[in-house]
Design a protein around this ligand. Structure first.
Ligand code: GLA
Length: 511
């Protein structure tokens, strides 16, 4: 089952040619429904929410009736599902091919409207459509042949910055981004290395007659915003995807890759997060590489250095081909939530990808939730430590303008940031022992960073043994990166109490 980002979960099994995207020219069903009392044939539409670019999401059902046999297509802005079923008087039942036993939509024709239920949980009240509901059909575009996109030379260490999605989701606008940029400077985030100010989904407007994508009313002048962000010594990131629609239902770059890349470059954008979303309704996972390559090549062709962030939820073994499509980072997981379980699950999903991380090519377990309020400070320290140990991008996802001192102390811990930004670019992997999970990351200067996470429900004593750290000699110096003080190994070991869900994080060097 797939979340199509339009309020529906459907399993898309239709062959590519049959996946007619977007909604359709509507004939009048009203007339038909009224003149032929019991006919269900025609086009039925149900309005959805209005997007910030003025477009209205909608659901359209085109039905054909032959006696008691019904066939039809259910469409939204970014997908289509073929349905078959039966009519008995005013009652109808429609089934998707992959689930012949359970009605996809069940209902009745009541006073010229379809009233019913979609998949047992979504009420249907569909009226006869009009031509005004028409949406152009999107046709299938063959992905390009594989080639290697040149390395853009960017992101030699994991990108650091801020992204709007985790906290603001669809409630992001120009003014918020500007004030966030201000706060990146005044809070010390910029000096600590957080440079990218990234706008996520819902900035998109509509395309003009030439296909140029504009921003919507929340972002009146994207170039002016980029200028503002640049004036603060920061860089601007933006968001799109290879499908016709983004995950929030806005126009994405399908069929407009080169044009959108030029638009972004023209706005002086420095970073693109490119989210698979509705591309899943067109392509199977075997097309991930060529489809991502298309935008990678388009970015390269602009001549502007733009960090390329692939967002494909860890699908298709992206860590193996991400660099070949010009990618600098790629998601290894689904979306993070502000919870201990989600955070730990995401970082542990990174484990199989460890060998593939390195300068310019980073595995991304998703953005930070530090400061968003649903984990304890111990848990947030663990979050920060683990993201640094696995050489993850550090994209804060909180409100930088109103950070508590505790949140600041976590996000601005320069000793932990230095572990993340280490030039060697190694990704730590964990070793489990009882309630402890130990992550060791070799560093460029021959020392190691080690994090011991207490997964248990109560505080417990953790012991770090020098012999487990892969060091070449006896311990010369050891430093606690959260206590900001040196600690002493004795008899080749160091022990300390670690709170539940907390972390002991050390940097240890050998003689
Ligand atoms: C997907 C991504 C998220 C965010 C949203 C925006 O879910 O994984 O990080 O970009 O889309 O709609």
């Amino acid at each position: 089952m797939r979340n199509l980002g339009c309020g529906l979960n459907v399993q898309v099994t239709a062959p590519r040619a049959a996946v007619v995207l977007s909604c359709i020219a509507l004939l009048s069903a009203a007339g038909m429904a009224q003149s032929m009392a019991q006919s269900l044939a025609g086009l039925w539409t149900q309005p959805g929410k209005t997007l910030d670019n003025g477009e209205q999401q909608r659901w359209v059902l085109e039905l054909k009736q032959d006696g008691s046999a019904l066939t039809g297509t259910l469409k939204s802005l970014d997908y289509a599902v073929e349905l078959q079923g039966t009519a008995a008087g005013n009652h109808f039942e429609l089934f998707a091919p992959w689930q012949p036993g359970t009605a996809f939509i069940i209902g009745d024709l009541v006073n010229g409207e379809l009233h019913g239920m979609e998949r047992g949980r979504r009420p249907v009240v569909a009226k006869a459509g009009t031509a005004a509901d028409d949406i152009a059909t999107v046709s299938y575009i063959e992905p390009p042949a594989l080639k290697t996109v040149a390395d853009n030379g960017l992101a030699k260490t994991p990108p650091m910055g801020w992204n709007s999605w985790n906290l603001f989701a669809g409630k992001i606008d120009d003014q918020t981004v500007r004030t966030m940029a201000d706060a990146m400077v005044t809070s010390g985030m910029k000096d600590a290395g957080y440079i990218y100010v990234n706008i996520d989904d819902t900035w998109e407007g509509v395309r003009d007659a030439e296909g140029n994508l504009a921003s919507n009313h929340k972002f009146p002048d994207m170039k002016a915003l980029a200028d503002y962000v640049h004036s603060k010594g920061l860089k601007l990131g933006i968001y799109s995807g290879p499908g016709p629609r983004t995950c929030a239902g806005y126009p994405a770059s399908y069929g407009h890759e080169a044009q959108d890349a030029r638009t972004f470059a023209g706005w002086d954008v420095d970073y693109l997060k490119y989210d698979w979303c509705s591309a899943r309704n067109i392509y199977k996972n075997d097309a991930l590489q060529p489809v991502y390559q298309k935008m990678g090549a388009a970015l390269e062709a602009t001549g502007r250095p733009i960090v390329y962030s692939l967002c494909e939820y860890g699908w298709g073994e992206v860590e193996k081909w991400g660099p070949a499509v010009g990618g600098n980072l790629w998601r290894t997981t689904g979306d993070i939530r502000d919870s201990w379980d989600s955070m730990m699950a995401n970082v542990e999903k990174q484990v199989p990808t460890a060998a593939y991380a390195g300068p310019g090519r980073w595995n991304d377990p998703d953005m930070l939730e530090i400061g968003n309020g649903h984990m304890t400070d111990d848990e947030y320290r663990t979050h920060m430590s683990l993201w640094a140990l696995v050489a993850s991008p550090l994209l804060a996802g909180n409100d930088i303008r109103t950070m508590t001192d505790a949140t600041k102390a976590i996000l601005l811990n320069k000793e932990v940031i230095a572990v993340d930004q280490d030039a060697l670019g190694k990704q730590a992997s964990p070793v489990k022992s009882g309630d402890f999970e130990t992550w060791v990351k070799p560093l460029a200067d021959g020392s190691v960073a080690v994090g011991v996470v207490n997964l248990g429900a109560s505080a417990a004593q953790a012991t770090v043994k020098a012999s487990d750290l892969g060091l070449s000699g006896k311990v010369k110096k050891a430093r606690d990166l959260w206590a900001h003080g040196d600690v002493k190994f004795s008899d080749g070991a160091y022990a300390a109490m670690v709170p539940s869900h907390g972390v002991l994080m050390l940097k240890v060097s050998a003689k």
